[in-house]
Design a protein around this ligand. Structure first.
Ligand SMILES: C[S@@+](CC[C@H](N)C(=O)[O-])C[C@H]1O[C@@H](n2cnc3c(N)ncnc32)[C@H](O)[C@@H]1O
Length: 376
């Protein structure tokens, strides 16, 4: 179920009878106590900021608020929100309409993101979990109560699948099986029900490799090198390129790589920054790629200085580039020809490394600002 109108209408229509289920309304004191005890064991001991996403009529949020936690609750259904507001009146809880996948709250404001019976409905749960992690303060936790319901056409998410998803967050995941405790459900149940308490690894500062690429021009031709024996993109054409070394500036790195790979000596003033691109290698790691143009001095000729990595060099028309190129490199040259200085080109799993004219176009140009007062 998503934020689309059908989803909203479905839950609006369900709101009136929602609390009739024992574990929804928690009207039976035995069921309510069973949830209160469990919830207390999953939440911090001290009063904390708890975000309840897809809060429904607010039954769990009320338990948390009653224990002294500061609760914010979000649901896409206005009917659910109206009931949750009534239930949580006088607790100080804030209840808002919003999408659980992208709730209208700030980052790093919560000690707990609490979600019961909602994650399984959301498209792209891996991305949703990553987003929820960003809402947590350092040391925070996700409390995810989920299950897989029904025997014939079961719906939901198994604990194994959820644990695989949360493994991507680093940190730890502890699964508490809940199906064997009838007090929680007001009856015996046979399907899988559980809570996952996830303590994601603290966020690390994002780092990226920087690589430099030489668009070496002779008239309207560009020099391309055919990769060989490297284990990445072998057989495909690429511009001379390499990684920056620690502490190196991008021009120095470009000059070093040009010398090492093709024996061309370039001076800093001969390099022009043409394109900057965030790209992603097939192993999923992002990189920042700088593309510099350069021209050969009269009489100079590039030589293949790394025959163990390159089977040959050749000049190719910039306006009619070959297809057997590394896709992001081709995108960089296309951007240069089009006068696009900034773009992203993020390889997705399943994409070919080679340029694929029939495949998805991953090049996303980023608009450069028009400087106020400039003649353009
Ligand atoms: C099965 S109920 C669970 C309610 C509550 N978490 C509980 O355990 O009592 C699912 C709730 O999620 C809400 N919901 C569904 N999709 C949502 C979304 N994309 N964003 C926010 N709420 C959503 C529904 O309106 C409904 O209130």
């Amino acid at each position: 179920m998503t934020t689309d109108t059908a989803g909203r209408q479905f839950w609006d229509a369900a709101a009136d009878r929602f609390d009739d289920e024992p574990d929804h309304g928690l009207r039976d004191p035995r069921v309510r106590d069973a949830w209160a005890i469990r919830l207390r064991s999953w939440l911090p001991d001290q009063p904390s900021d708890v975000l309840d996403l897809g809060c429904g009529t607010g039954s769990l949020a009320l338990l948390a608020a009653t224990d002294g936690h500061r609760v914010t609750a979000v649901d896409l259904s206005e009917q659910m929100v109206a009931r949750a507001r009534a239930k949580l009146a006088d607790t100080g809880a804030r209840v808002v309409v919003g999408d659980a996948a992208r709730p209208p709250v700030g980052a790093r404001r919560f000690d707990v993101v609490l979600v019961r019976h909602v994650l399984w409905m959301l498209p792209d749960p891996a991305a949703v979990l990553r987003h929820w992690t960003r809402l947590l303060r350092p040391g925070g936790r996700l409390v995810l109560i989920e299950g897989r319901w029904g025997a014939v056409s079961p719906v939901g998410i198994t604990a194994d699948t959820l644990a695989r998803l949360t493994a991507g967050l680093g940190g730890s995941t502890v699964i508490h099986q809940l199906g064997s405790d009838p007090a929680l459900w007001g009856r015996e149940v046979a399907d899988e029900r559980y809570a996952a308490v996830v303590r994601p690894a603290p966020p690390r500062r994002h780092t990226e490799i920087v690589d430099v690429h030489l668009v070496l021009l002779r008239g309207r031709d560009v020099l391309l090198a055919r990769r060989a024996g490297t284990g990445y993109a072998d057989g495909l054409l690429h511009v001379p390129s390499g990684h920056l070394e620690d502490g190196e500036d991008v021009r120095a790195g470009m000059i070093r790589e040009a010398g090492e790979e093709i024996g061309v000596d370039l001076a800093p003033h001969e390099l022009e920054a043409a394109v900057v691109m965030q790209h992603r290698s097939p192993d999923g790691r992002p990189r920042i790629g700088w593309f510099f143009t350069g021209r050969l001095a009269a009489g100079a000729e590039p030589v293949n200085r790394e025959p163990d990595k390159c089977s040959g060099l050749g000049w190719y028309p910039l306006d009619d580039l070959p297809h057997d190129m590394v896709a992001y490199c081709r995108a960089g040259l296309d951007a240069y020809r089009a006068g696009v200085p900034f773009l992203t080109h993020l390889h997705e799993s399943g994409d070919r490394i080679a340029f694929d004219p029939d495949g998805p176009d991953r090049a996303v140009p980023l608009a450069a600002p028009v400087v106020p007062g400039s003649p353009i």
